[in-house]
Design a protein around this ligand. Structure first.
Ligand SMILES: NC(=O)C1=CN([C@@H]2O[C@H](COP(=O)(O)OP(=O)(O)OC[C@H]3O[C@@H](n4cnc5c(N)ncnc54)[C@H](O)[C@@H]3O)[C@@H](O)[C@H]2O)C=CC1
Ligand SMILES: CC(C)CC(=O)C(=O)O
Ligand SMILES: [Mg+2]
Length: 370
């Protein structure tokens, strides 16, 4: 069997705590299933800044480029609030996304049956929820130039960010959304703000043309992104796949997270284009949540988003579909058993910390795999 090279970037705050639980699963897969994962680990975010004065070192960037997949924890925290903007912790993640050309960010929001009552919405609105947000990840206002603060010389300053999208960027993310919809309920809702943004007008046109040319069998709907946010909390189950830009995708996926009960539940996969020769994609797997400074170091963070991100890694980078399904089933079973971290705690359930939750999922994964 070919070695599977995984590069781990646990990062800051709860990142390393959650990553520790994934490591246990990888160690188990290596020893009990002969999975042949080869691990290397680097620094990203505030811890990288403390060590080398940059949010990620060149050496770790090279390792990330070469790995079969990167597992990323979280970055940031108040300790680094005042470091220069260029080397702030979040810059490490943005550089990884940009340099690895990870343009497609898949953010599934699935409400596990046992958690329907943990959502801030009524259980009947979220029971059985299974939506996939496909967020464009390397363009838009997060990367567009100019991006600066200029001094107007009259006691005023001007902050500028620029939203830029080219046809090819919209076409390729729309194609990912349509392809994935075909494996699900075959429906895509594209969200932009064509009523106020030129990039929204182009987004709408290109998605429509891509659909007409290559995916006429998929149901396509367009929605203004603000109305989309409202519909997500009004009637979330109307959606199958949502495709949207970098900024709207960031916001809408945090909204979707709360439908599932907690930010601590939402995994994501950030994928590049398949290599022309090998067909392999560069990929980074990361929870949707951040470094959660308010609970970091207490051993109480929910590791499920990180573990479910590893399940996505098994599926998308290594085609270990059965193992990915089993790991997701293990998460569902543990929740069914009433085991809960604090963020998803409910009456009558057993409250556990990060490592007990990880252990319970590993035990269930081992049972189901036996
Ligand atoms: N991918 C990344 O590395 C991201 C990093 N950030 C950074 O993280 C830092 C904190 O940002 P926030 O806005 O507070 O967002 P956050 O996602 O870190 O936390 C928001 C809230 O959700 C809770 N939460 C998040 N993940 C949880 C988990 N696994 N288990 C239990 N509770 C959880 C936190 O305790 C907090 O109350 C900032 O520096 C921000 O820039 C934010 C989002 C993504
Ligand atoms: C660079 C990240 C901190 C932005 C973010 O919140 C995200 O990608 O989810
Ligand atoms: Mg976010």
């Amino acid at each position: 069997m070919m070695a599977k090279n995984l590069f781990l970037l646990p990062g800051d705050g709860i990142g390393p705590e959650a990553m520790g639980e994934v490591r246990k699963i990888i160690d188990y897969m290596n020893s009990a299933m002969k999975a042949d994962f080869v691990l290397d680990e680097g620094l990203v975010g505030g811890c990288a800044y403390d060590a080398h004065g940059a949010a990620i070192s060149e050496e770790d960037m090279t390792k990330a480029m070469k790995a079969d997949a990167v597992l990323f924890g979280a970055v940031g925290g108040p300790k680094w609030d005042h470091v220069p903007y260029e080397v702030r912790p979040e810059a490490g993640l943005l550089r990884l996304r940009k340099d690895l050309e990870l343009f497609a960010n898949l953010r599934p929001a699935i409400c596990y049956p046992a958690l329907a009552s943990a959502s801030s919405l009524k259980p009947e609105l979220v029971e059985g929820l299974d939506i996939l947000i496909v967020r464009e990840l390397t363009g838009g206002v997060y990367f567009g130039e100019p991006k600066e603060i200029i001094d107007l010389g009259n006691g005023q300053k001007r902050g500028i960010d620029t939203q830029v999208y080219d046809t090819y960027e919209i076409e390729r993310i729309a194609s990912v959304a349509f392809e994935l919809a075909r494996t699900r309920k075959n429906a895509v809702c594209s969200m932009e703000k064509r009523n106020v943004m030129k990039s929204g007008v182009l987004w709408n046109q290109v998605v429509t043309e891509t659909h007409k040319r290559s995916y006429p069998d998929v149901k396509l709907e367009h929605m203004l992104a603000d109305a989309g946010g409202m519909q997500l909390v009004r009637q979330p189950k109307q959606f199958d796949v949502i495709v949207t830009d970098n900024l709207f995708g960031d916001m809408l996926s945090d909204v979707a997270a709360m439908l599932t009960g907690s930010l601590g539940m939402l995994p994501s996969a950030s994928l590049g284009a398949p290599d022309a020769k090998t067909g392999k994609r560069k990929a980074l797997y990361e929870p949707v949540h951040g470094s959660a400074p308010d609970i970091a170091g207490k051993g109480i963070a929910n590791p499920i988003a990180m573990i479910a991100s590893f399940a996505m890694c098994l599926r998308y980078s290594f085609n270990l579909v059965k193992e990915a399904d089993t790991l997701e089933k293990a998460i569902a079973n543990v929740l069914d058993q009433g085991i809960r971290t604090g963020d998803i705690m409910a009456e009558g359930c057993r409250k556990v910390g990060t490592s007990e939750m990880g252990d319970a999922i590993l035990k269930e994964f081992a049972n189901l795999s036996a």
